[in-house]
Design a protein around this ligand. Structure first.
Ligand code: SPD
Length: 343
C-alpha cells in the first residue's frame, strides 16, 4: 500500500513540476479571420484564467454547415446577422443571458433600431459592422468609374476578383441592375445570374481570402472585398484606394452567438461582454479597421482610424446601401442560382 501511495505522490509531483496542474477552462471560438487583436484575447485569458482557442472560417455557409452537423465543440460563433437569424429560427442558438452581458448597453441604439435583425440582442450581439466595397491599384488604374460593373471591364481581365459569397455577389449583381440586395423576384434574380456569368468570364476568381494578398502583391489590380480587411491592406500599401460603387453597398453585421450545444456558455458570455468593453472594442477596431457600433468605443477612436476611408463612406452611397436580410424560404432561390453559377 505504502508503495502505491508513493507512486501516486511521485506522479502528482511530476505533473505539478511539468506544469500540468488543474486544467484551465477552454473557450472554443469559431470566427472570421483577421478580426480580433491577439492582445485583447490574451488579456481575456489572463483576467479569466482560461485558454481561448480560435478557429476561423471564410463564409457564413461554411460555419453554418459545421454547426448544423453537430458536435463542433464551439462555445462561441460569429455569424453575420442574417445567418444568425436563420440559425436561431432553426433552434441552433442559445438565448443570451443579458445579466451576463452588461456591456450590451454600449451597442449603438440607432444601429440596433435601423440595421439590426435581432434588435433586442436576444440571441446575438453585434461585434463589427461590415460593408463590401472595391479596392484598386491607383498607380495602375486612373479614373475608375464608381460602379459594380467594373468587373465586366476587359481591361482588368483576370486581374480582378469578386467575393465568393452567395449573398454579397448576387447582391451586387442585383444592385447593378437596379434591384434590391434582397430581391426575391425570379426575373430579377435571373438577370443577376446573367451579370455574374458575364463577370465570371472576366475575373480571375471568386475568392474570400486570397484577394488581400493578391491586391497587396500586385497580382490583382481590382478586388471586391470586405471593407475592414481591405482597409488593413491599405495601411501597408498607399498605392491602393477604395471605391464605393454609386449603386450602393451591402451592410452586414457580424454578431456573437452561442451554439445550442455549447459546453462553456458562461465563458462565451464573458468573452462577448469583454470584447464590448470600450477600451477593448477600440483596440479591436484599430486591429480590424471595422466599426464595433459601440458608442463609447467610438469616442476613444484615434484620429487616424476616425479618418480612415472605410470609416468614411459617402452619405449618398450609404443612402442607397442595404442591410442583407434573411429571406426565409426564399433563401432557396439564391442557393439554386448559386449552384447554377458554380456549375
Ligand atoms: N475578416 C473579417 C471579415 C468579415 C466578413 N464579414 C462578412 C459579411 C458577410 N456578409
Amino acid at each position: 500500500m505504502k508503495k502505491i501511495i508513493s507512486i501516486v505522490l511521485a506522479c502528482a509531483c511530476a505533473l505539478a513540476f511539468f506544469g500540468c496542474g488543474p486544467k484551465k477552462p477552454v473557450l472554443h471560438v469559431y470566427m472570421w479571420s483577421d478580426y480580433i487583436s491577439p492582445e485583447s484575447v490574451e488579456c481575456f485569458e489572463k483576467e479569466f484564467n482560461c485558454k481561448v482557442i480560435i478557429d476561423t472560417f471564410d463564409s457564413n455557409e461554411m460555419m453554418y454547415a459545421k454547426i448544423k452537423a453537430g458536435g463542433s465543440g464551439y462555445d462561441l460563433i460569429q455569424p453575420s446577422s442574417y445567418m444568425a437569424k436563420i440559425m436561431n429560427d432553426q433552434k441552433m442558438l442559445l438565448p443570451l443571458d443579458k445579466s451576463k452581458i452588461p456591456n450590451q448597453k454600449y451597442i449603438d441604439k440607432d444601429f440596433l433600431k435601423n440595421n439590426a435583425l435581432d434588435k433586442n440582442m436576444d440571441y446575438s450581439m453585434p461585434y463589427m459592422v461590415c460593408y463590401a466595397v472595391v479596392a484598386y491599384d491607383a498607380d495602375k488604374i486612373k479614373n475608375l468609374p464608381d460602379t459594380w460593373n467594373v468587373f465586366s471591364n476587359p481591361e482588368f481581365k483576370k486581374r480582378s476578383t469578386v467575393l465568393n459569397d452567395i449573398r454579397e455577389l448576387i447582391g451586387i449583381a442585383l444592385k447593378v441592375n437596379g434591384f434590391s440586395f434582397n430581391s426575391t423576384n425570379e426575373a430579377e434574380l435571373q438577370k443577376a445570374k446573367e451579370t455574374i456569368l458575364k463577370w465570371r468570364e472576366n475575373v480571375a476568381k471568386f475568392d474570400n481570402e486570397g484577394y488581400k494578398t493578391g491586391i497587396a502583391t500586385g497580382e490583382y489590380v481590382l478586388v471586391h472585398g470586405y471593407s475592414g480587411d481591405l482597409a488593413q491592406v491599405l495601411l501597408e500599401k498607399p498605392n491602393l484606394k477604395l471605391m464605393f460603387p454609386k449603386e450602393g453597398l451591402s451592410i452586414s453585421c457580424d454578431d456573437w452567438a452561442i451554439p445550442a450545444d455549447a459546453k462553456n456558455a458562461d465563458l462565451a458570455h464573458a468573452f462577448m461582454n469583454y470584447m464590448a468593453e470600450p477600451e477593448i472594442a477600440v483596440q479591436n477596431m484599430e486591429f480590424s479597421q471595422y466599426d464595433a457600433v459601440n458608442t463609447e468605443a467610438r469616442k476613444l477612436m484615434p484620429e487616424e482610424l476616425r479618418n480612415a476611408p472605410a470609416m468614411n463612406i459617402p452619405q449618398e452611397v450609404l443612402n442607397k446601401s442595404e442591410v442583407i436580410m434573411d429571406l426565409g424560404a426564399d433563401n432557396e432561390k439564391y442557393n439554386k442560382i448559386w449552384d447554377e453559377i458554380k456549375m
